[in-house]
Design a binder for this molecule. Structure first.
Ligand SMILES: Cc1cc2nc3c(=O)[nH]c(=O)nc-3n(C[C@H](O)[C@H](O)[C@H](O)COP(=O)(O)OP(=O)(O)OC[C@H]3O[C@@H](n4cnc5c(N)ncnc54)[C@H](O)[C@@H]3O)c2cc1C
Length: 546
């Protein structure tokens, strides 16, 4: 059987956790002085010490599934089940490092094509078996947690064998992918046609086309290429009621857009087996630059003015002073000291790093677009750090998850959360979420760092992405983060100032806050769709619709 061994790693981003990434000594020293982190290392518990219950999959259901996909594609072994037990949130990783109970599926089913997916869904519906669609398993909100709900057993449906580019229409700039294609492979397949999707989230290396669509994912170049839902032109979905296809034209007034009911449905309405996406010409010229503005308000104003003048670079990312401090501290060395001195000499007291990246198909296009951006930006007096700073960011854009592994090995509680709001409430939301996180995580000997950035900007508002770093509470590691996350979610939803998720989706973690955001009628609409498509409630129990 094809096997992607990355799927079998749930204790970190890399097979060996933090051993693949090393925290440089200057970073460790900074963490100790800034947060109070002690020298305690927290090695990963071996998989053999984790509790994995026996599979409860009833024999008739096993046989029916094996009849569809073949016995070797119904996996009931300990390692395979543990390898698909949960996603990659801090809490998921902690549990796989031995801190608490893990929800382990009763089996992993690995169909070969859309027709087999349809049959597997029907078998599960008939047998009353819960079914969790699993793409790259990179969910950070509990989206792939194998909850049973009221079912006798739950299986994970791993889409890794749906790995084909089905067709390309270069004239219309459309591509049809099977749902399990991982993002780097999608880009490799498209590049052969001179095309790109341009969807580059930080989870790029492991996440799939189906996962992007199911979560309304947003990539780092969203200002240029759009969010993933903007790219979806059509969907093919396996549901307990039969196969459903939506999307026949680039635009339509034939009622509400049903594609958008499937996009963001997190496996609760059906399993995406194919996704038709809009693609673009492969860029041949790139330019990434770094700038520094003085203080959060100046930085946020710059991004707003770029968005409202419609001259955002494809990548537009503003770090607040705390995230800029972390970036400088992690880089360390004499060059960083020089940059600090250089900025002070130019009157920058609270540096906020702004990275702008353009991806174009000609030098003329690049020059034209950059000139338009710079015309607006110059009025806000940024200090340029040149292309070196931009390229440094571009080359390190996927290092975050590896650094997280290393931080976890060093005894750090490190997690992120995100939201979005309108420009008029952006700064107050940032202040309130920061205060909630700091208030919850501060303790004697533990000072949290709460860093924030804008990575997705719109004419009317922007996303806020928070990263929290604090020494772990070794007596109650899960509770420490659960309380902090609850405080932050309350700050977001009590206002209500913003959305409970800009791109990580709902999963289990945000489910308690969804009704407040969409209202009772909105909740009923979702429940009605669920009842129509999945009357027995077998699809992804406990997610989106409860
Ligand atoms: C380190 C890290 C960085 C991240 N950075 C970003 C980022 O920059 N931007 C961003 O948007 N997200 C980010 N994420 C979150 C995550 O990567 C996205 O939600 C991604 O879209 C999930 O894709 P996946 O294939 O891994 O889906 P999975 O994690 O496997 O599944 C996610 C959800 O979608 C459902 N699902 C998956 N495939 C299908 C399918 N074919 N049909 C129906 N339902 C399906 C699952 O049941 C689950 O509910 C990050 C995660 C990590 C761990």
């Amino acid at each position: 059987m094809t096997n992607n061994s990355d799927h079998l790693v749930r204790r970190g981003w890399t097979p060996h956790g933090g051993q693949d990434a090393i925290l440089p000594p200057h970073a460790t020293r900074w963490l100790a002085s800034r947060t109070g982190l002690g020298a305690r290392s927290t090695p990963v518990a071996p998989d053999s010490t984790l509790t994995v219950p026996e599979s409860a999959l009833p024999e008739p259901a096993y046989k029916a599934l094996a009849d569809v996909v073949g016995e070797r594609h119904v996996l009931t072994g300990r390692a395979e089940r543990l390898g698909r037990a949960g996603g990659l949130s801090y809490l998921d990783l902690l549990r796989h490092r031995g801190t608490g109970a893990i929800a382990v599926p009763d089996a992993v089913v690995v169909p070969a094509d859309p027709a087999q997916v349809q049959q597997v869904v029907e078998v599960c519906a008939a047998a009353g078996i819960g079914l969790v669609p699993f793409g790259g398993g990179t969910s950070v909100v509990g989206g792939v947690t194998a909850l049973r709900g009221d079912k006798a057993a739950v299986v994970v449906l791993d889409l890794m064998r749906l790995d084909r580019l089905v067709s390309v229409d270069p004239v219309s700039r459309l591509a049809v992918f099977q749902a399990g294609v991982v993002a780097p492979e999608a880009e490799r397949l498209l590049a052969a046609h001179g095309l790109t999707l341009g969807h580059v989230p930080q989870s790029f290396e492991r996440a799939t086309i189906g996962g992007f669509a199911a979560t309304r994912s947003s990539g780092q170049a969203s200002a240029g290429y759009g969010r993933f839902e903007d790219m979806v032109e059509g969907v093919r979905v396996a549901t307990p009621r039969g196969e459903w296809r939506a999307g026949v034209a680039p635009a339509s007034a034939a009622g509400p857009d049903l594609r958008q009911l499937v996009v963001g449905s997190e496996g609760a309405f059906g399993v995406l087996t194919e996704v038709t996406v809009r693609v673009r010409e492969l860029p041949t010229v790139r330019r990434y630059e770094g700038f520094v503005l003085d203080g959060w308000e100046a930085g946020a104003t710059a991004v707003r003015e770029l968005a409202q003048a419609r001259v955002l670079a494809d990548v537009t990312r503003l770090s607040d002073p705390h995230e800029t401090e972390v970036a400088f501290a992690m880089s360390g060395g004499w060059k960083t000291a020089l940059v600090r001195k250089y900025l002070r000499a130019r009157g920058i007291l609270e540096p906020c790093l702004l990275v702008l990246g353009w991806e174009c198909t000609s030098t003329e296009e690049l020059a034209l677009r950059r000139r338009a951006t710079m015309r607006v930006l110059r009025g806000l007096r940024p200090v340029s750090l040149g292309t070196a700073a931009g390229e440094k960011w571009r080359h390190g854009r996927f290092s975050g998850p590896r650094q997280r592994d290393a931080l976890m090995d060093s005894g750090v509680c490190v997690e992120t959360l995100e939201t979005a709001t309108y420009w008029s409430t952006l700064s107050s939301l940032r202040t309130e979420v920061r205060a909630a996180l700091i208030g919850s995580l501060s303790a004697p000997g533990r000072t949290p760092v709460v860093a924030c950035h804008i990575s997705h900007a719109y004419e009317t508002g922007a996303s806020l992405y928070f990263t929290t770093i604090v020494p772990r509470d070794h007596d109650d590691p899960e509770g420490q983060w659960q309380r902090a996350k609850a405080a932050a979610c309350a700050a977001i939803s009590d206002g209500p100032l913003g959305t409970i998720s800009h791109h990580h989706a709902v999963g289990t973690d945000h489910a308690p806050y969804l009704a407040k955001e969409i209202g009772d009628l909105g909740t009923d609409v979702l429940a009605g769709v669920k009842r129509t498509l999945d009357p027995d409630g077998v699809l992804n129990p406990g997610k989106l619709v409860r």
